[in-house]
Design a protein around this ligand. Structure first.
Ligand code: PLP
Length: 381
């Protein structure tokens, strides 16, 4: 006899359809996706091996190569956030015992250290105070001391707002027969970067910042030099999902099932990258620079100080010193709840000392600056 079990409906949550506040996201990310990107994400779904989807994947690859200024064959989006793409670079590049030299001048440098150690790297660390950057001579000295297989740097350190100059670092790495791995999560689309010209071998990013998309489809690229190291590994990559020898087959000629791609996110990424190409990379970088300079001027006009020296400030993320005696958390909360504007708090060493203001992708507009300054004038003591 079939036993009938009654469903207990007394615990069923009775909820209204979803309503969410309409925020202006001026924190360290996510930023608001471009309206055309949101529209693209509501297009009808297709299967992840549909010829139309495979064409879209090819388009994403071509657009990413343009946005990074690279000809790397293996240039794809990882299904996951920036951290997944970060783990992909480490998992594929680091073999147990490899000396990995990491430049740490903020929170995300430390994340690289942690990850490289988990994949068996012999991790060596050089540090700078948070908000400063490494000079080429300092990197050379460290390379001479440690002779690493991989040098890992964060181009745009989101925890501090500092831009690590990369010109010359690739040549240095070639001199020492070392791969150069760079975090471009807060730089891609908003900060000038020339992957091939600067000799960067591995890079990763995210979709929700300078590209103006939603989070979840994260750019990844590796050079032929990095691919050669991967092909010569003595053991398999320890992470199945992020193994580029497998993922490369899905994105490359084989087109065989690897995982079910988040279809609509890829629609969004394709549209976000198309918008950047239509604007022109140079114009897009200039727009970020002009709007951030407007932000810096307006912040200083209302008496606020900035944490990073002008020369090394990011166009995408600005760290603003919380004035003495002000309650930074309470002010950020007021901006959010009374003005629908999100700004970030400080992370790690800078917690309680700075606010982090992002002007990225679609949000890099003078109107964003005007709205923030008007709101700050109301909430600052
Ligand atoms: N690296 C940097 C420099 C970041 O700013 C972030 C996120 O803000 C990440 C890595 C991780 O990206 P995600 O939060 O998308 O996983």
């Amino acid at each position: 006899m079939t036993q009938v079990i009654a469903i207990d409906d007394s615990q069923k949550p009775a909820l209204a359809p979803l309503i969410m506040p309409n925020r202006l996201l001026l924190g360290p990310g996510p930023s608001n996706a471009h309206p055309d990107v949101l529209q693209a994400m509501s297009k009808p779904p297709v299967g992840h091996l549909d010829p139309a989807f495979l064409t879209l994947m090819d388009e994403i690859q071509a657009l990413l190569r343009y946005t990074w200024q690279t000809e790397n064959q293996l240039t794809i989006a990882v299904s996951g956030t920036g951290t997944a793409a970060m783990e992909a670079t480490i998992a594929n590049a680091v073999e147990p015992g490899d000396v990995v030299l990491v430049g740490v001048a903020g929170y995300f440098g430390n994340r690289l250290v942690d990850m490289a150690g988990r994949y068996g790297g012999d991790v060596r660390v050089i540090t700078k105070p948070w908000g400063q950057v490494f000079r080429l001579e300092e990197l050379r000295e460290a390379m001479e001391t440690h002779r690493p297989a991989i040098l890992a740097l964060v181009h745009a350190e989101t925890s501090t707002g500092a831009r690590q100059p990369l010109e010359g670092v690739g040549d240095l790495c070639r001199e020492f027969d070392c791969l150069l791995l760079v975090d471009t999560v807060t730089s891609l689309g908003g900060v000038p970067i020339f992957l091939d010209r600067w000799g960067i071998d591995l890079a990763y990013s995210c979709s929700q910042k300078g590209l103006g998309c939603s989070p979840g489809a994260s750019p990844f690229t590796m050079s032929d030099r990095a691919m050669k190291k991967l092909q010569q590994r003595s053991a398999k990559v320890a992470n199945w999902y992020l193994d580029m020898l497998l993922l490369g087959k899905y994105w490359g000629s084989d087109r065989v099932y690897h995982h079910t791609a988040p279809i609509e996110l890829y629609y969004g990424l394709r549209e976000a990258l198309r918008l950047i190409a239509a604007e022109g990379l140079d114009n897009c970088w200039q727009r970020h620079q002009q709007n951030v300079e407007y932000l810096w001027d307006r912040l200083e006009e209302i008496g606020l100080k900035l944490h990073v020296d002008r020369e090394f400030r990011l166009p995408t993320l600005t760290t603003v010193c919380i004035p003495d005696g002000a309650d930074g958390k309470a002010i950020a909360r007021q901006l959010l709840l009374e003005h629908n504007i999100e700004v970030g708090g400080g992370l790690g060493e800078l917690a309680g000392k700075v606010w982090r203001v992002g002007l990225m992708g679609f949000n890099s507009r003078p109107e964003s600056v005007d709205r923030l300054i008007a709101a700050l004038q109301k909430v600052l003591p």
